[in-house]
Write a protein that binds this ligand. Structure first.
Ligand SMILES: [Zn+2]
Length: 624
């Protein structure tokens, strides 16, 4: 999974059942699922699930509480209503619920099938505090779009998770399905149903389906056939327009990975959101073995959308290495309704995120300066989390507080742990072995179907590498001692520190503004919190969180800010500036001059007097 924060201002202002199965017992008969996307009622979809015959009276049916890759409790059962269990005469059986996600049917031997209505998550995401993350959520928009993250639609019977499923979908006119779920061939060409098959429940939910007006492209990366399907409600983007950058990026990923065996087919399902209260609001993506669902705002300009796609899709694709190929028993035998978490998020998410940056420098997609900037960005972002918390302890307990709020540090410190480990391994192996080598070894040893013991992974890594690696893990990953990144930078002739840099009055550079728009507050323009601001803003007395009401008499709105930003580039230093801000309930008038703006930034730079050893190690690390 990868969650990303989007700075909205940039995007807008600056750039410019049928048959009886009574004779076949439930543990032998495939489970038949019917999802009706044609007769959508009140934004709800009818689902019928038809198992074989049960021998026991007590039958439980579950909709997942948690799904792999999300590391959160989402209770998808909350989106189910009108649950009915029917006997072979079509009469309703008594059903009781034991929690949000569990339905118990007491006359199991009489059970023919169940039916229920499904609500989507996208409709309510804007209103909920702990909304389902959009890439694992569901969308029901009759005749337009369906995001079928199937864990939101299809459940499983107790003890029958390993039974094959047949999923038939009543196909909405004009929309076509993109998925990596194997499709059964139809006898007639003009069928009104799409029929898919899955070997077991996990395969059902590992293969999301998106229905949208046809807008997809397929390209070949070595032996992998990649399909990119795009839902763009306003027709802003086509798959054809985004294909080239994806093709180049995934080609570079394959070159970076070398012979790590993955999939032969990969689907990228891109949902572009119009945002607001009734559309998707969680931006980023969720990984699956052979596909990913990506959600981003449609309003993003092309260059930024493409860069976000590069960063997010590359992250998801690298999940093929871990956890998909290298994972513990907790992941292999994932319990959707009572999950046990693994302690190795430093690897599942950290290594993945690290690779998503490392491959870009190794394959020449970004330059050294951009790579250092990304590392610095992660060091900065990691400061927002508890640096003195054991990463393995956080991981093991990630569904509960106080660990839950530390989760997103897997993308920051998680990646930095891998950077430090990578430099360590390169140093000890005379430049030859790094984290990618380690992951290839683990992938060869385990793979898709063979899990490792959660408690033994570190011992194994140490046995495969060097004794020094044990103290690294004991101190910084199992232990709670923060990593001194400069100690690792020194090995490769780099150093991080604060330097003064000239900047714009409202922007650090093209990518980082000091102000943003708040879509939840009529796009009010505010000063960003938690970042270093330009001396122009701080000298005026502005603070993070201030809403800018007007500047020199011009009311500041989404429309009004653009011209002011343009003017600000040519304000002479002595220009008098009056800015009215709202801080809490107070309106405050700030007076000052335009000045010569600078900002203190933390940067990674090359040390003076670089040695050959440092140069060599840096080359091995950054050039592969
Ligand atoms: Zn991830």
């Amino acid at each position: 999974m990868k969650k990303i924060a989007i700075v909205f201002l940039l995007g807008i202002t600056l750039y410019g059942c049928g048959s009886t199965k009574a004779l076949i017992t439930a543990d032998k008969a495939p489970i038949l699922v019917d999802i009706d996307l044609v007769n959508v009622t009140d934004d709800k979809v009818m689902v019928k699930v038809d198992p074989g015959a049960f021998a026991s009276e007590m039958v439980s049916f579950y909709i997942p509480k948690t799904v792999p890759g999300t590391y959160s409790t989402d209770n998808y059962g909350k989106y189910i209503e009108g649950f009915k269990a029917l006997d072979y005469d079509g009469k309703e059986l008594t059903v009781s619920k034991s929690d949000d996600n569990t339905w118990n049917i007491s006359s199991g031997t009489k059970l023919d099938k169940i039916s229920y209505w499904v609500n989507d998550t996208y409709d309510s995401e804007g209103e909920q505090e702990e909304a389902v993350f959009s890439p694992s959520g569901t969308n029901i928009l009759a005749g337009e779009n369906f995001v079928l993250n199937l864990h939101g639609f299809v459940g499983y019977f107790k003890g029958l998770k390993e039974i094959p499923y047949t999923v038939q979908i009543d196909k909405p006119a004009g929309l076509s399905a993109t998925t990596s779920l194997p499709k059964k061939m139809m006898e007639d060409a003009v069928s009104t149903k799409d029929i898919f098959s899955a070997g077991r429940y996990f395969e059902v939910i590992d293969n999301p389906i998106m229905y949208a007006k046809p807008n997809s492209e397929t390209f070949q990366i070595n032996d992998i056939s990649v399909t990119l399907s795009v839902y763009s409600p306003n027709g802003t983007y086509t798959a054809a327009s985004l294909k080239d950058r994806m093709e180049k990026m995934m080609g570079a990923q394959k070159a970076f990975l070398g012979d790590i065996d993955g999939t032969k087919q990969y689907s990228i399902l891109l949902y572009l959101s119009q945002m607001g209260k009734t559309d998707a609001n969680g931006f980023g993506a969720l990984e699956h073995h052979t596909s990913t669902v990506v959600v981003l705002p449609e309003v993003m300009p092309k260059d930024r959308l493409e860069q976000a796609m590069v960063d997010v899709v590359s992250h998801e694709f690298f999940h093929i290495v871990t956890p998909l190929n290298v994972h513990s028993k907790e992941v292999q035998y994932f319990d959707f309704n009572d999950p046990k978490m693994s302690q190795h998020l430093w690897m599942y998410e950290g290594t993945t995120e690290y690779f998503a940056n490392l491959f870009q420098i190794q394959q020449g997609l970004i330059d050294d300066a951009e790579f250092y900037k990304r590392i610095m960005g992660k060091i900065d972002n990691a400061k927002g989390y508890n640096d003195a918390m054991s990463f393995t302890e956080m991981s093991k307990n990630v569904l509960q507080e106080p660990y839950k709020t530390e989760y997103a540090n897997v993308y920051e410190k998680g990646a930095l742990i891998n950077m430090a480990l990578d430099i360590t391994l390169r140093e000890l192996s005379n430049g030859e072995k790094g984290v990618l080598w380690l992951m290839k070894e683990l992938s060869n040893k385990y793979g898709d179907q063979t899990p490792f013991e959660d408690e033994k992974l570190i011992d194994e890594i140490v046995a495969m590498t060097y004794p020094e690696v044990r103290s690294f893990f004991d101190t910084h990953v199992l232990g709670d001692t923060p990593i001194d990144y400069n100690a690792y930078f020194a090995k490769v002739g780099l150093v991080s520190g604060t330097v003064e840099q000239s900047c714009g009055r409202f922007f650090l550079d093209q990518e980082v503004p000091f102000i943003d728009a708040d879509p939840s507050n009529d796009n009010a323009i505010f000063v960003r919190k938690g970042i270093a601001l330009s001396s122009f803003l701080t000298d005026l007395g502005a603070q993070g969180g201030d809403i800018i009401k007007n500047i020199n008499g011009t009311p500041i709105t989404m429309e009004g800010i653009g011209p002011i930003i343009q003017q600000s580039f040519v304000w002479p230093a002595e220009e008098k500036i009056t800015m009215v801000v709202q801080r809490g309930d107070e309106e405050i008038t700030l007076n000052g001059t335009a000045g010569t703006p600078v900002v203190m930034v933390e940067k990674v730079t090359t040390v003076e007097g670089l040695t050959d050893a440092q140069t060599k190690l840096r080359e091995a690390w950054m050039k592969g």
